[in-house]
Design a protein around this ligand. Structure first.
Ligand code: C2E
Ligand code: MG
Ligand code: MG
Ligand code: MG
Length: 288
């Protein structure tokens, strides 16, 4: 009986271990498969940019566009950046994707400008890792030259995490971009590391108020207070403020009243594929 129990324990122990091993195999396989699919997507340019307008709160004029990457996945359809940017970083694949995004965003804006559309900057997102790993300033200078886009029509969006480690490299890159004439925005402002010292140290042009602060305005008085404070601080520091994720007329009224400069959100337009954006720009973007 004791033998049998021991035998049973061994068996189920072995069984458990097998189960454990095979579930590890499954997730390792998932990672490998996702990595393989991403490499394939990179090799064949299976990415697409969508574009979302930024407009002036005071007069409704177009003031900018933001490029947002999507992965055209063979089985899953269009996959959003939240589902593959961090993964790409962990597999060392963010650099080719980021390079493609930069070149494609500049190429597209130049093509629109050649048609008399969109004489406004295009914003391109960078993650902290990309900013550390790449010589962003040199790369951008080369892409501008190659595409013929004037530097004042490019803007880069960084999160606070890029700026929280005080490094000479980051300051050097930002100063080089500034000297080139490229704009610099802080994305998701208010959600990152809370030191505000970098606002005076770095050559920043715009603060993008994170969507999470805008979402529950005007109803939530704490969020109204935060949004008000960011707009006032932006004003005092001569930074443009951009409200992200604006969805309602009540939010527009609040933000306009507070003196926020620009807004971006579904109430204006969703991020649009190139052709839809071209049509939108034809209808909205010409009155410069
Ligand atoms: P983000 O730069 O803060 O971009 C704004 C996100 O909010 C976009 O999500 C956009 O579709 C969404 N959005 C815009 N207006 C509204 C609204 O009114 N309501 C709601 N609920 N959402 C709105 P998306 O395209 O999924 O991008 C997510 C994040 O992925 C971006 O946040 C950005 O951090 C990152 N990302 C996008 N493209 C790139 C890229 O080319 N490179 C890198 N490194 N990151 C990227
Ligand atoms: Mg952004
Ligand atoms: Mg944002
Ligand atoms: Mg965001």
């Amino acid at each position: 009986c004791a033998d049998a129990a021991m035998h049973h324990a061994k068996e189920s122990g072995r069984g458990n271990r097998q189960f454990y091993v095979s579930s590890m195999d499954a997730s390792a396989l998932d990672v490998l498969q996702q990595e393989r699919q991403l490499r394939e997507a990179i090799a064949h340019n299976h990415f697409v940019l969508h574009y979302q307008p930024q407009i002036c709160l005071a007069d409704g004029t177009l003031q900018g566009l933001e490029a947002l990457v999507r992965w055209r996945h063979p089985e899953r359809g269009l996959v959003g950046p939240d589902e593959f940017i961090t993964f790409s970083e962990s597999r060392g694949l963010i650099t080719p994707i980021g390079r493609w995004v930069m070149r494609e965003a500049c190429r597209q804006l130049k093509a629109w400008q050649d048609q008399g559309l969109a004489l406004v900057p295009m914003a391109v997102n960078f993650s902290a890792l990309e900013f550390r790993q790449r010589d962003v300033a040199a790369e951008i200078a080369a892409v501008l030259l190659e595409t013929g886009l004037a530097p004042q029509y490019l803007e880069i969006e960084l999160t606070e995490s890029v700026l929280m480690h005080q490094t000479g490299q980051v300051l050097g890159t930002l100063n080089a971009l500034k000297a080139l004439g490229v704009g610099i925005s802080i994305d998701d402002f208010g959600t990152g590391y809370s030191s505000l010292a970098y606002l005076k140290r770095y050559p920043i042009d715009k603060l993008k108020i994170d969507r999470s602060f805008v979402a529950d305005t005007p109803g939530n008085s704490d969020d109204v207070a935060i949004v008000t404070a960011i707009i006032q601080m932006g004003r005092s520091l001569q930074l443009k403020t951009v409200a992200e994720g604006v969805e309602t007329q009540a939010q527009i009224d609040l933000l306009a009243g507070l003196g926020c400069d620009l807004m971006q959100g579904f109430v204006v337009a969703m991020p649009m594929d190139g052709e839809t954006a071209r049509v939108w720009l034809t209808n909205h973007g010409v009155e410069q």
